[in-house]
Design a protein around this ligand. Structure first.
Ligand code: IMP
Length: 431
């Protein structure tokens, strides 16, 4: 039975929410495997809009939804998101939502540290432009082996020593940065006050997934952010703090890589990014404004205006390789409707040489100049198209050309935020 991994093939915000929702109807289990409540997934179901940050999209469709160990988990953000969704009529219980016991927690001191660093870096011009949700500092503590994990909330005898160890590190850091130290009691209170609302959902997720797999159930792995934000493969240091690529679905949930049969790369028909960092095809002009306005390019989590530019086939081709993408879901084609001409980046010039990949170093990434091909646009609308025949010939040409440039076929084409406005070429669960 096929299991599907969904990843973003650009800098996030490719429209994963709708595609994951579309696929989750065909799935039995939906799993988050990295990131935290820095993600923002918008789902439109029967005209109702749901905005999710931490919970897997499957909760909206009452599928078994799992937060895997690769996620960093803010328990207070969790309680707030559950309450908000329940207020919208979504049923959330320990039967349909499970959190891996070995998931690392995000605490208030992580959020504060994220903010302190971004503020200090703003003054020196070196900020990352994070979501300020404590994601990076929480991963640092996890890898530094001083993190507090979900299971620790159930062991109040050993928790105080763990909090002490964490504070030894953080208070030294805070002092050095000129900030107040954190009291042991404050962190204990922060944790114990929320334990009873988190612990009912705690489970041995690797076992739940093993049982599902053996029972032949369909598992959907829901990636957050995008490939160019991956801690190893992205535009470092302007990245998030987790591996966002498809391979992480295995390690971040506790399943073998052989269970990941189809990798679907969600790909926007143009390019956007939020935060700082290189963006070779960025258009700081009326084209960028057009794409941003037409595409409603504002962050779900922070409300920030996204930077916009032409489609960059170099980046997506690289994403196809590092994720093992079998097919893409192309989104927001309709945003390009009405343009006289459309540009596509097919390579870069770097120090006088033509290259066909994104170089790894920060300096080289900042120096690359895009090489464009110009394609004719189309005047008709593609919004709401439900078959290839509904698309203008030039739009089909654009899609076919993208497939050729990136070396992967379009499996799904999304033509509006509505779930039914989707053209299916290949069902990833059947492939
Ligand atoms: P962090 O993940 O909050 O540490 O932020 C690091 C970088 O990742 C920043 O450029 C953020 O804007 C970006 N980022 C984090 N989450 C998302 C997302 O869900 N979509 C797009 N960008 C994101």
């Amino acid at each position: 039975m096929a299991n599907v991994v969904v990843v973003g093939s650009q800098w996030g915000d490719e429209g994963k929410g709708k595609i994951v929702d579309w696929l989750s109807e065909r799935a039995d289990v939906v799993v988050r495997f990295q990131g935290g409540h820095n993600a923002g997934h918008t789902l439109v179901v029967d005209g109702n809009v749901y905005k999710l940050s931490l919970l897997p999209s499957g909760v909206v469709r009452n599928k078994l939804s799992i937060i895997g160990n690769g996620v960093v988990f803010d328990p207070h953000a969790f309680v707030a998101e559950v309450a908000k969704l329940r207020g919208q009529g979504v049923e959330i219980t320990p039967d349909n939502l499970k959190i891996a016991e070995n998931t690392a927690l995000i605490l208030s001191l992580h959020r504060e540290l994220d903010g302190f660093r971004e503020d200090a870096a703003s003054n020196s011009g070196t900020k990352i432009g994070t979501t300020r949700r404590g994601i990076g500092p929480a991963y640092e503590d996890k890898v530094g082996r001083r993190g507090i994990r979900v299971m620790d909330l159930a062991d109040l005898d050993t928790l105080p020593a763990k909090v002490d160890r964490l504070l030894t590190h953080h208070n030294a850091l805070r002092k050095g940065l000129g900030h107040e130290e954190v009291e042991h009691e404050a962190i204990m209170q922060e944790l114990t006050s929320v334990a009873s609302e988190v612990l009912p959902y705690m489970d041995r997720v690797w076992k739940v997934l093993d049982d599902s797999r053996k029972a032949g159930e369909r598992i959907l792995f829901e990636g957050a952010q995008g490939t160019l934000l991956d801690i190893d493969h992205g535009t470092y240091p302007f990245v998030t703090s987790s591996n966002t690529v498809a391979g992480q679905a295995a390690a971040g949930s506790g399943i073998g890589p052989g269970a990941l049969s189809y990798v679907l790369g969600i790909t926007k028909a143009y390019t956007t990014r939020v935060g700082e960092g290189p963006f070779p095809t960025e258009q700081v002009n009326e084209i960028g404004e057009f794409l941003g306005t037409r595409g409603h390019e504002f962050g779900v989590v922070t409300g920030r205006k996204r930077r916009c530019g032409w489609f960059d086939a170099v980046l997506v081709r690289q994403a196809v390789a590092v994720n093992g993408i079998k097919g893409i879901a192309l989104t927001k084609l309709d945003v390009l409707d009405g343009l006289d001409e459309i540009r596509v980046c097919t390579g870069y010039m770097l120090d006088g040489e033509k290259i066909d990949y994104l170089p790894a170093s920060q300096g080289a990434q900042a120096r690359v100049q895009p090489v464009y091909e110009t394609l004719e646009g189309w005047k008709e609308t593609t919004a709401g198209a439900r078959s290839w025949n509904d698309l203008p010939a030039q739009a089909v040409k654009y899609v076919r050309h993208i497939e050729e440039l990136i070396g992967a076929p379009v499996a799904l084409l999304s033509t509006s935020p509505e779930r039914d406005d989707t053209i299916l070429v290949t069902d990833p669960f059947q492939d």
